[in-house]
Structure formats: structure tokens, C-alpha cells
Write a protein that binds this ligand. Structure first.
Ligand code: PLP
Length: 347
């Protein structure tokens, strides 16, 4: 088969040679006893980078989000989410099943609630109501096409929630993409967040792992919930070593992925039958409306895969393409060529 262009997700990135070397040479110990020096180093570094007191290395972003909910809330409380958020849509109903909370979905126009939406959603003092336990944010917001939320919007949501003593969790799986796109320090995006989760295993190319960061007290509690969920790992320094390279060497190149996403999007809108909302191509995600081609998304995915282009379905009419370090300029050219050829046959 010809060369593959894999734009399904930035999760497909392979660890770099430098990561593999660091992994092979990592100093390790039993991390459940807190004796793995490499995990300890990663956690300290991660906390410092996002401007929090402490951090916890977790096996996946999903586990990081679920631990955050477990740590912040009590069963029977209500958690405010946008229905497009990963924590609501893609985590197997974990909020209800693991934390025993109910979700209150608030639709947002551009990926971030207004402070008034938060104020009116937080439950008042009424014997019938659940208590509001948590507000969730996601930056970049994947289901909205990777749009970025600037610091002042995040801060205004946090201020509104904090007026009522409700904590705020940020799903920052791609927070470094948001920081790069906005050209701000990642700390500015996390400043008012009570907890932040981010992935090492996406655009930053580590093989496994995410970080949950927050206050010392929060992370101490979270560490026990990680154990409860089976996420207490032993010589995890092998994985953390790659995470350290991810944070120190892979952040600065993310703008390259964003530039390629823009080039891909501008190429796609030239193809008859395709529609891309260019205003939403703000990071490394491109969402394409293919309804003009008259094929189901499932059929299209198959046709494209046969030619060597891998993409993800995103609802009944849309495909998602994600740029990352393992797709170079030639890969983008090839992706566009395949789309042009398929378009000629279908449109
Ligand atoms: C990928 C992702 C996660 C976590 O994913 P895992 O596959 O569990 O590591 C959480 N939130 C968002 C927005 C994501 O894109």
C-alpha cells in the first residue's frame, strides 16, 4: 500500500527517538510509594509549567478528568458542562457512574459560557435542588473544531463560579495548542482554574499519560482517587521520562501543526462540494462538511482509507482531520491530492 496520511487524531503520534532514549535510561522506583524520581520530576515540572502547587501523573486524560470530578464533588451534586465536552460526551458516562453526579448541560455559542449563564445555572438554596458541585471547561474545545478560549473568558467563568464557592475544572487536553494559538503563557489559561488536566500523549507525542494539576490539598485527595480507579502505577518513570521530553521539547513546535491545519483548510475549501468554516480553524483541527459529496460519512471514510488518507467521522456530514508532528508538508499535500481526486469522482 502507498504511504498513509493519518489525520485521525494527534493521539497517533509516535514517541521521538529522544523520548525512547530517555525512557530506556530513566531512573525508576515504585511510584505508589512515591519513590520514582522521574515521575516526581515530571509532576514538579508539570505543576510549575501550568502555575499550580502540585500535579499528578495519570494514565489517560479520561482518568484525569474523572479523578478531578471525584475529588471536587459529592454524589448527588450537579456538574455544569457544555454538551460538546469530552467529559460529557466521550467518557462512557463516567460522571454519573463514578462520581454519582448529574450533569447540567449548557449550550454555548463559541465554546465558553457567559458569566451570566453560570450564575443562572448554579442552584440556589431550595430544598428540592441538587447542589452545584463543579463547572467544567474545555480548551481547545474539540467538538467545536478545536476553537480556543482566551484567558479573559476563562477568568470570567471562574469568577462567576467562585462567587458561589463552586470550583472550576479545565479539560486542557490540548491546552498547549490553545496557548500557542493565542500566543499566551499556558499559566494565563490556568490561573483561575481550580484544577487542570492536560495530555502528554496527543500533540506532545509522549506514548502514554496525562497530568492533573491543582492545589497541594487537591492533588493529595486526587492521588487516592487515582489508586481507587486502578491508576496507581509502579515503575512509571519509564513513561514519565517521555513526558518530560514532551513538556520541554515538544511544546514549541505546535504552531507548525496549526500552520499546516490552516493550509489544509484553505486547500479543502477550494474543492467543489466541501465546506469548511475557516474562522474555526484556530488550532490543529479541521472539520469538513462533506454533505455536498452525497455519500455517507462511513462510506467516505472507507473510500479515503483505500487511497491512504485516514480521517475521523464527526457527525453525519462531517469529517475531522487533525494535524500533528508525524504529518509533514508533503503529507498535507498528499491529503489534499486525495481529497481532490475523490471529489472529482463524487461531486
Ligand atoms: C483526548 C481528550 C481527553 C482524554 O483522552 P484520553 O484518550 O483518555 O487520554 C480528554 N479531553 C479532551 C478534550 C480530549 O481531546
Amino acid at each position: 500500500m502507498a504511504k498513509l496520511v493519518d489525520l485521525r487524531s494527534d493521539t497517533v503520534t509516535k514517541p521521538t527517538a529522544e523520548m525512547r532514549k530517555a525512557m530506556a535510561e530513566a531512573e525508576v522506583g515504585d511510584d505508589v510509594y512515591r519513590e520514582d524520581p522521574t515521575v516526581n520530576r515530571l509532576e514538579e515540572l508539570a505543576a510549575e509549567i501550568v502555575g499550580k502547587e502540585a500535579a499528578l501523573f495519570v494514565p489517560s486524560g479520561t482518568m484525569g478528568n474523572q479523578i478531578a470530578a471525584l475529588t471536587h464533588t459529592l454524589p448527588g451534586q450537579e456538574v455544569i458542562v457544555d454538551p460538546r465536552m469530552h467529559i460529557f460526551l466521550y467518557e462512557v458516562g463516567g460522571l454519573g457512574r463514578l462520581s454519582g453526579v448529574q450533569t447540567r448541560t449548557i449550550e454555548t455559542a463559541d465554546g465558553c459560557y457567559t458569566p451570566d449563564q453560570i450564575r443562572s445555572a448554579i442552584r440556589g438554596n431550595n430544598i428540592h435542588f441538587p447542589n452545584t458541585g463543579l463547572v467544567c471547561l474545555e480548551n481547545t474545545l474539540n467538538r467545536a473544531g478545536g476553537v480556543v478560549i482566551p484567558p479573559h473568558r476563562l477568568n470570567s467563568v471562574a469568577d462567576a463560579a467562585h462567587e458561589y464557592g463552586v470550583p472550576v475544572h479545565l479539560d486542557g487536553a490540548r491546552i498547549f495548542n490553545a496557548a500557542a494559538a493565542l500566543d499566551v503563557d499556558v499559566r494565563n489559561l490556568c490561573e483561575k482554574m481550580d484544577s487542570v488536566m492536560f495530555c502528554l500523549s496527543k500533540g506532545l507525542a509522549a506514548p502514554v499519560g496525562s497530568i492533573l494539576a491543582g492545589s497541594k490539598e487537591f492533588i493529595n485527595k486526587a492521588r487516592k482517587y487515582r489508586k481507587l480507579l486502578g491508576g496507581g502505577m509502579r515503575q512509571a518513570g519509564i513513561l514519565a521520562a517521555a513526558g518530560i521530553i514532551a513538556l520541554t521539547k515538544m511544546v514549541d513546535r505546535l504552531q507548525e501543526d496549526h500552520d499546516r491545519a490552516k493550509r489544509l483548510a484553505y486547500g479543502l475549501v477550494e474543492i467543489p462540494g466541501l465546506v469548511v468554516d475557516l474562522s474555526k480553524v484556530q488550532s490543529n483541527i479541521v472539520v469538513v462538511d462533506c454533505s455536498g459529496w452525497g455519500k455517507s460519512v462511513e462510506e467516505l471514510i472507507k473510500i479515503l482509507a483505500e487511497r491512504g488518507l485516514l480521517v475521523t467521522p464527526f457527525g453525519p456530514y462531517h469529517l475531522r482531520m487533525v494535524t500533528h508532528k508525524d504529518v509533514d508538508d508533503a503529507g498535507i499535500d498528499l491529503a489534499l491530492k486525495i481529497m481532490q481526486e475523490v471529489g472529482k469522482e463524487l461531486a
